[in-house]
Design a protein around this ligand. Structure first.
Ligand SMILES: Cc1ncc(COP(=O)(O)O)c(C=O)c1O
Length: 358
């Protein structure tokens, strides 16, 4: 039996795509499967999404797209960071990928393929996030570029939101307004909203939405879980107890003796550690579940093990499953306790974790 298992519910992926469609009924859906499908396995996730009729997939870079094409994923795939060399540009054309172009050096590179090259192009505009994208004033210049490249197939205009997960932050509305003004009267489809944009900002839904996290069943909004939105968590991460022992009050647990038994305490050791993706920021007090009962981390995470205060599950035994996150223990809650975000929990799993697909 594997030490650590991530069970992936592909039906939940399809259900969550349905929730996105209900939230944004007039938008087409480009689902983000970058970073190995947010750590869930890009190929099985992409297959499930394609079978459920997703309109397009988004990955970060060429390698991720090629992996999908090799697995016979035929639907449109966009490269969110575009291409970084002429070889990549040529391969993107060959693989029928859509290239998100965010800078003039990328235009020059695509130009070198020849004006008739059939490149699928989105232009990314910087409406305020100041990470990637052309300044909004560049729109007229970009329209000239399109005129000069009749072979390009132009998909539209993308922008990315900086603070959509903050419901009170009016900057999202400002970004949407700037983007819309810059494109007034300009042809081409618009794509704005990521998960938080889709959930919290109807004006950010536009022609295309680009959900990532909500496809995997988690919410990016603080204090909210995916279940609150009708989403189903896709990943269930479990390990097992490999030792259970009682220690007297005052005994200390693990490296740096960072946790002290407040009374006679049953301590469980689970076979999962930072080499599996349980970061050292999972401090004492972070929740886990053993035999359906809530327990807490006690002491530091080590490379291959964690130690748990089992006072909440006094009848726990060696061999019992330990739930790190999943249905009954939302990754959003665990991430908040560990000072991080569910994105990082999912993407942080290592090759030592065994993946099982349902
Ligand atoms: C450009 C772009 N669009 C969409 C997404 C999906 O974001 P989320 O997972 O928050 O929905 C990302 C993710 O980082 C992104 O970089």
């Amino acid at each position: 039996m594997p030490r650590v298992t991530a069970s992936i519910d592909l039906a939940a992926i399809q259900h969550n795509l349905g929730v996105v469609r209900r939230l944004a009924p007039r938008s087409r859906v480009m689902a983000a499967v970058k970073a190995n499908g947010y750590g869930h396995g890009a190929i099985p996730v992409a297959r499930a999404l394609e079978a459920a009729g997703v309109d397009a997939l988004a990955v970060a870079c060429l390698e991720e797209a090629v992996e999908l094409r090799r697995a016979h994923i035929h639907c449109p795939i966009a490269l969110l960071e575009g291409v970084i060399s002429e070889e990549e540009a040529a391969q993107a054309v060959y693989e029928r990928l859509q290239v998100v172009v965010h800078d003039h050096w990328q235009i020059d590179m695509l130009h070198r393929l020849g004006p008739e090259a059939q490149v699928g192009v989105w232009f990314k505009l910087d409406s305020g996030m100041h990470r990637l994208g052309f300044p909004l004033e560049d729109v007229p210049r970009l329209l000239e570029v399109l005129k000069a490249h009749p072979g390009w197939s132009f998909h539209g205009w993308i922008t990315h939101l900086a603070s959509a997960d903050e419901p009170e932050n009016s900057f999202t509305r400002e970004q949407v307004t700037r983007f819309s003004h810059a494109l007034q009267g300009v042809a081409g489809q618009r794509s704005i909203g990521n998960s938080a944009g889709i959930i919290g900002w109807p004006e950010a839904r536009a022609d295309w939405v680009r959900p990532g996290l909500i496809i995997y069943g988690a919410s990016p909004m603080p204090g909210q879980t995916g279940a609150d939105l009708g989403l189903r968590p896709v990943m269930r991460l479990e390990s097992r107890l490999i030792a259970v022992r009682d220690f007297e009050a005052g005994e200390t647990i693990g490296y740096a003796q960072s946790w002290t038994c407040p009374e006679r305490t049953r301590i469980g050791v689970a076979a999962v550690g930072y080499a599996d993706g349980i970061h050292r920021t999972f401090r004492s007090g972070t929740a886990a579940r053993v035999g359906g009962r809530q327990v807490t981390y006690a002491g530091r995470v080590s490379m291959d093990m964690i130690t748990l205060d089992l006072r909440g599950a006094p009848d726990a035994r060696v061999g019992d499953p330990v739930l790190l996150w999943g249905d009954e223990l939302p990754a959003e809650h665990v991430a908040a306790q560990a000072g991080t975000i569910p994105y990082e929990l999912f993407c942080g799993l290592t090759q030592r974790v065994h993946f099982r697909y349902r």
